[in-house]
Design a protein around this ligand. Sequence first.
Ligand code: GLU
Length: 490
Amino acid sequence: MSTKTKTDRGTDTPIKVRFAPSPTGYLHVGGARTALYNWLFARRMGGEFILRIEDTDRKRSTEDAIHGIIESMSWLGLDWDEGLSRQTDRLDLYSSLANGLIESGRAYHCYCSPEELQERRLAAKMKGEPPGYDRRCRDLSPEDEAAFLAEDRLPTIRFRADLEGETVVDDLVRGRVVFNNAELDDLIIMRPDGIPTYNFAVVVDDHDMGITHVIRGEDHLSNTPRQIQIYLALGSEPPIFAHLSMILGTDKAPLSKRHGATSVETFRDDGYLPEAMLNFLALLGWSWDDHTTLFSLDDLVEKFSLEKVTKSPAVFDTDKLDWMNGQYIRELTIEELTHSLIPLWREAGLLSGGDLDSSEILRLRSIAAICRERLVKLPDIIELTDFFFRPVQYDAKALDKALKKEGAKEVLQSAAAKLGTIGEWTTAAIETGLRELADELEEKPRKVFQPIRAAISGRLVSPPLFESLEILGREESLARFRKAEELLID
Ligand code: GLU
């Protein structure tokens, strides 16, 4: 299927978009949001989505970063069409198009050395003049060029930018943004080593790959007029642009490490579910209406549109992400949840690595089931359930606030007597027994349950009490009561 965009150029061009990360680090949540919006737009419109690795910054690009980006994209479930494309595989193309621009008069060789440029920038700054390139090599005579070459200078190639007039970006998100051409200097498009600069490579690729829409971060908006001039110089129609707003922390400062995790990998390792992460990222700048917050990926594909992407900055609110993650955990079946928890229990040394028999699996499922409502992130399971797997360890709060309280010992003794006599060891029978006990002791149920909870779990907070007792079993529960009592002997 190939649907046309509403904002198209009146032609039959099928939608084609790309996510074009520079592999200089992990996949940042801002990048992941850009990837998601491109992916959703392509899937919504029946178009194509490409992953293009922009690795022309050879010093800072690494294979590890490429792997990391691919892994994060796969974890999120964002697949791409066509093979992975890398700029360093396409160096000949950039070079030939740059030479073509020289021939057509839209680019020229510049022989100024980095040191000379730096000196001139400083001098301009001292005089309060703009620091951009002074176009010294823009109109060199063949003799001047020959003289520079005789000095063994290695030229860069610069774009001959328009000196007058305006360049207009008709942005799908930001509206009409007008740039004064006089403010755009002649940027370097090829370095002396034959490597293109970002602004040139990106245009060549988007042009060569037939990209119809460029959806990217607002930080690139100032590059866009320069890129538009290059498209036109190459005889290509610029794509349609949509620049996404910044992502801010809850303190309204641009999102940075200071706010905590910013890489998709870290969120994965912290126990967030990809479904929650995607849902959360989708809402960083897009909304369907003013109240719906939970969207499956299918919902998003059905509903996403660039028209509803907002211009105002998005706020990255970890509390909202936590809430959302909890919602998605509750949507997992007990089997799915148990399956995701087993590796975490193993990693924490609570469960051995061998095969699990069916009774062990049933027990793990019961534990998962009573915890599902309480998990914000999957690893929360460890602190919540460790007592099921190893001898109870009492924490200071449990000792001070529950076990060493007056009457705790009596409660434990009478609870042991009561639970020793109930017939079936089921949640319902345990609950009835313990509520009766509260009546008999003329105590509030909470007062009775508190020391029992502390005795079996070692903590003040645990999964639901009666269910936990059932899972531990009568013998183990009563043994824990005794252990706690012993602790309380003066
Ligand atoms: N490689 C650029 C970046 O990582 C993306 C450029 C673009 O999307 O045009 O910021």
